[in-house]
Ligand binder design. Structure first.
Ligand code: ADP
Ligand code: ADP
Length: 227
């Protein structure tokens, strides 16, 4: 039972010259698995994550998420799959500047039909989980970079997505915050969520069950980790 399947995925960018970001990648993510993708800068890690998240489309090959072929889906269908199944933990936060931390985190639940009280309660719980229980009513400009990162993570987790995509989630936070974020991902894995994490740090990748090593847009080897 695979949540994600990539089959012969190639992705090129044509900007005057052609850049081959992915050169034929095949990979499956079983339900409940925790996979890290490691590789040097420019090796295609973010491209891989963006394709799985339906933010971009493959040049060749197929990407399926939850049994749906994203390569054949319209932009509207991809947006629906993203909204209901996928939680993104990226470095760009896109928080709403006029909303407080609680309101930002509660926002995705509006679309899922949650009531106002339940939304706020869940948002408060998640913010406490990421260590921001004391910053509930702060707006993004009143928070540090690391704190904004944690608000964005709480927001990504609010709808309890079955698939969590994390691109360098500890990239610009201090060590303590980074550990907090990683232990949150560990908890989500323990709760049965499927996680795909991109990082260039071995220490971070070691939280996963296996590490997919990529180089020049291709899988070099897959390392199974025992705990
Ligand atoms: P990584 O995440 O491993 O650093 P990326 O997936 O960001 O690698 O990039 C892989 C390759 O594709 C790089 O050569 C990069 O310059 C190129 N690339 C990525 N995104 C774009 C884009 N939007 N337009 C053009 N080239 C891109
Ligand atoms: P980090 O981004 O690693 O969390 P910062 O150096 O940005 O750390 O912030 C350190 C502390 O300063 C934070 O705990 C935060 O409360 C406070 N802080 C930073 N920026 C602001 C800001 N714009 N408004 C209010 N407090 C801030």
């Amino acid at each position: 039972d695979d949540v994600v399947t990539l089959s012969g995925v190639r992705k090129t960018y044509d900007l005057g010259g052609v850049v081959e970001a992915l050169a034929g990648v095949s990979l499956s993510l079983p339900r409940g698995s925790y996979t890290a993708v490691m590789g040097p800068s420019g090796s295609g890690k973010s491209t891989l994550l963006n394709l799985v998240g339906g933010l971009d489309t493959a040049t060749e090959g197929t990407v399926t998420v939850g049994g749906r072929d994203l390569s054949a889906a319209t932009e509207g269908e991809r947006a629906a799959i993203r909204g209901s199944r996928v939680g993104f933990v990226f470095q760009t936060f896109n928080l709403m500047p006029r909303l407080t931390a609680v309101e930002n985190v509660a926002m995705p639940l509006v679309f899922d039909g949650w009531g106002r009280t339940e939304r706020r309660e869940r948002a408060r719980d998640l913010l406490a989980d990421v260590g921001l229980g004391e910053r509930l009513d702060h707006r993004p400009t009143e928070l540090s970079g690391g704190q904004r990162q944690r608000v964005a993570i709480a927001r990504a987790l609010a709808p309890d997505p079955e698939l969590i995509l994390a691109d360098e989630p500890t990239g610009n936070v201090d060590t303590e915050t980074g550990e907090r974020i990683m232990s949150l991902l560990d908890d989500l894995h323990a709760a049965g969520n499927t996680i795909l994490l991109v990082t260039h740090e071995r220490r971070i990748a070691a939280h996963a069950e296996r590490i997919v090593h990529v180089r020049d847009g291709a899988i070099e080897r897959i390392e199974e980790l025992s705990d």
